[in-house]
Write a protein that binds this ligand. Structure first.
Ligand code: C5P
Length: 226
């Protein structure tokens, strides 16, 4: 299967006000974005497009392999992925990729076999597939004062990770549908679900956890060192 990888790396820093974009923060001496690209490649995706913040484009180009295509992202993750999708289409040879895997730069330690599971589900005919993990904690709903108002049965809940895989035409069409709407999407599976496309799941991996706060980075450093 010919798949193109998109890495969303155009977010801001790890701490509020940080100058360095999170994707350029070093883990084991390498920027997070390089780890994410390497995971995709090791899992079977050769061609990769990375969406980066405009001011730091030269810094990203300097650290990424020469054969990675770098594009300027947008103000939201959705805008960044949209820009990378357009670039993937322009730069694709004929007949071009039939599948797209969209990955967060902030998930540097994603094992290649997660990528391989997503590719296998697409090859088996899924139009959209996400890696997921079960929710193991008791999960509740709180009101504005933080008081618990409901328990949520957790058996059918899942935490969604990346890379998320799509039939390319399906993803392009879904992004076309939401263009110009005010709807906010935190991932790509919600964009295709908004278009009525069923989203399948495969097993995720705790090591694909997203680095959101400084302590996540410390945990990843420990993992790399072990
Ligand atoms: O902010 P958050 O951690 O949810 O972002 C998930 C991923 O989306 C990160 O890898 C980040 O760089 C990327 N992103 C992006 N463009 C934005 C915002 C986030 O590519 N405008």
């Amino acid at each position: 299967m010919h798949a193109v990888g998109i890495v969303a790396a155009a977010g801001s820093g790890l701490r509020p006000g940080a100058e360095l974009p999170k994707a350029l923060v070093l883990l084991g001496g390498r920027p997070l974005v390089c780890w994410a690209v390497e995971s995709l490649r090791a899992g079977g995706v050769a061609e990769v497009v990375v969406a980066v913040p405009a001011p730091q484009r030269p810094a990203f180009t300097a650290v990424l392999p020469d054969d990675v295509h770098v594009v300027v992202g947008g103000d939201t993750r959705t805008a960044s992925v949209r820009a990378a999708l357009a670039a993937a289409r322009e730069h694709a040879g004929d007949p071009g990729p039939t599948a797209v895997l969209v990955h967060d730069a902030a998930r540097p330690l994603t094992p290649p076999n997660v990528v391989a599971r997503v590719l296998a589900a697409l090859a088996a005919g899924a139009l959209a597939v996400v890696p997921v993990l079960p929710v193991v904690d008791t999960t509740v709903v709180v009101d504005d004062d933080g008081v618990v108002i409901a328990d949520v049965p957790r058996a059918s809940l899942r935490r969604v990770q990346t890379p998320q895989g799509f039939d390319r035409a399906t993803l392009v069409a879904a992004y076309g549908r939401v263009h110009g709407t005010a709807a906010e999407f935190t991932d790509d599976a919600s964009v295709v679900r908004a278009a009525g496309v069923p989203v399948h799941t495969v097993a995720g991996d705790e090591r694909a956890a997203k680095i959101t706060v400084a302590s996540d980075l410390l945990a990843a450093e420990r993992e790399v060192a072990s």
